[in-house]
Design a protein around this ligand. Structure first.
Ligand SMILES: *[C@@H]1O[C@H](CO)[C@@H](O)[C@H](O)[C@H]1NC(C)=O
Ligand SMILES: *[C@@H]1O[C@H](CO)[C@@H](O)[C@H](O)[C@H]1NC(C)=O
Length: 448
């Protein structure tokens, strides 16, 4: 973001672009940055102006409003036009789907109601799993790493991931294209899950990662939300730059009230406290989620405190050479090393908001390491593949590091700058320039 100031200044100095779009309406150049909490709103604004500048000419005469492939004569050193076509096709794939609601599940929620989010611990199996027609299901026993298909009966887990992914991609597609159909759909998705009283989720995760016969939910189930939920905040912030029937002031107020209640549950409930205290990536993601929601609600002191509380944990987490010993001992060590860095880099982005103002990126651990060192540690494998990863990994996805290394390059990390052109793009295509906030690209929840 350091280098970005120059671009923002330059773009803002230009007069508003008013050339016609494909539909003959003047392109609107917004002057206000969206109040996103992880994504840098000023950067989104500057990038949108660049995108409009690149795609306007393409639109002239050919009626192709998405800027696809018709800009051969315009320099596009950042690759914004190909990224826009990735984003638009991802957003298009959501248009005929959803909206999703927790009330659609056929399972009853033990100790709760249909409006409660519920999911089941994936590696726990009924005692009689080998012969379900005889004997007792209870107790459930752990078979680590072997996923029980029965958990899919609780459809909230996958539907929640669909809701989060769709609302984010649709909101971003609307931001860059101003095509109302994306805004319409994104608003519909958020209203169904958070706003409409009949279908809205209760604002807590008291019934996540249930082990049948044993409990009605567990603290570690908070990860079902914390790894991705902050993207939904940015989706709502983008939609909120305009108020209309697709996303109204009343929708925004209701969504904020939902978040205020959820935040209180996260900070004050026994589950919330237990998850935040977890020493592994669960605690890191829980802290990142609290910081993001607090920032979204304008509770900057709480956001600042949540980030500052994470810094001593980073000191224990990252070794002097940048490895993450708690993750490198795991069978999927590259996956988890990148996974934790998603939480750290998103925390750094939340802290970069001047109103929060915590320098997570610049934080140095007592052994001299930090996020930059931890990213340097994964770069050889991100560039050259698994042969350069000195730990066990049963399912190596080189592209899992794509966003993280791009983030570090933007911060000026030399090794990352040298690596970006050699990274593997994630399936569906990289979106870094349009959506410069790292996310988990190697999803392990299955087909969306
Ligand atoms: C859950 O799903 C399995 C298939 O994986 C099915 O056989 C079973 O009947 C379902 N249980 C309930 C309670 O719906
Ligand atoms: C990095 O440091 C860790 C922890 O001190 C150590 O176990 C590991 O061998 C080191 N890795 C490399 C590649 O030097």
């Amino acid at each position: 973001m350091v280098a970005l100031g120059a671009i923002v200044t330059l773009v803002l100095a230009l007069p508003a672009l008013a050339a016609p779009t494909a539909r003959g309406k003047p392109a609107k150049c917004p002057e206000v940055a969206p109040p996103t909490v992880v994504l840098d709103g000023n950067r989104l604004l500057a990038t949108k102006k660049e995108v409009i500048g690149l795609t306007l000419k393409c639109n002239n005469g050919n009626g192709n409003g998405n800027g696809n492939g018709n800009c051969k004569n315009k320099p596009d050193p950042k690759g914004l036009v190909p990224e826009l076509s990735h984003l638009v096709s991802q957003a298009n794939s959501w248009l005929p789907r959803g909206p999703w609601t927790v009330t659609a599940k056929t399972m009853d929620v033990p100790g709760g109601t249909k409006n409660d989010y519920a999911s089941q611990a994936p590696y726990w199996w009924a005692s009689n799993w080998q012969n379900p027609s005889t004997g007792n299901k209870c107790p459930y026993i752990q078979r680590d790493g072997i996923r029980n298909p029965e958990v899919d009966n609780y459809t909230d887990r996958l539907d929640g991931v669909r809701m989060m992914t769709a609302s984010y991609q649709l909101a971003l597609a609307w931001w860059y294209t101003e095509d109302a159909k994306y805004r319409q759909k994104a608003g519909e998705v958020l209203r169904e899950w958070f706003v409409k009283p009949e279908t809205a989720m209760t604002p807590n995760l008291a019934h996540a990662q249930i082990i049948p016969c044993k409990n009605n939910g567990r603290a570690i189930g908070i990860i079902d939300f914390s790894q991705q939920y902050t993207a939904v905040l940015d989706a709502a912030a983008i939609l909120g730059t305009k108020k209309d029937a697709a996303w109204s002031q009343a929708d925004e107020d209701a969504f904020k009230a939902w978040n205020a209640a959820y935040l209180t549950w996260l900070t004050d409930s026994a589950f919330g406290k237990e998850e935040l205290a977890a020493k592994n990536n669960h605690g890191t993601f829980a802290g990142m989620q609290i910081a993001g929601i607090a920032s979204f609600l304008g509770k900057y002191d709480l956001a600042r405190q949540a980030l500052n509380d994470q810094l001593p944990r980073m000191d224990l987490y990252i070794s002097a050479n940048g490895s993450q010993p708690l993750e490198t001992i795991r069978p999927t060590s590259f996956h988890y090393s990148t996974f934790t860095l998603i939480a750290y880099t998103r925390m750094a982005l939340i802290g970069a908001n001047k109103k929060v103002n915590v320098d997570v990126w610049g934080h140095k651990t007592p052994n001299g390491a930090g996020i930059a060192k931890a990213i340097e540690y994964i770069i050889p494998a991100a560039v050259d593949g698994q042969s350069k990863w000195p730990h066990q990994e049963t399912h190596f996805d080189r592209f899992a590091a794509y966003d993280i290394v791009n983030y570090a390059a933007d911060q000026g990390l030399q090794a990352a700058k040298a690596a970006v052109s050699k990274l593997e793009q994630p399936p569906g295509g990289g979106l870094w320039q349009l959506r410069p906030a790292p996310e988990q690209l190697d999803s392990i929840v299955g087909v969306l």
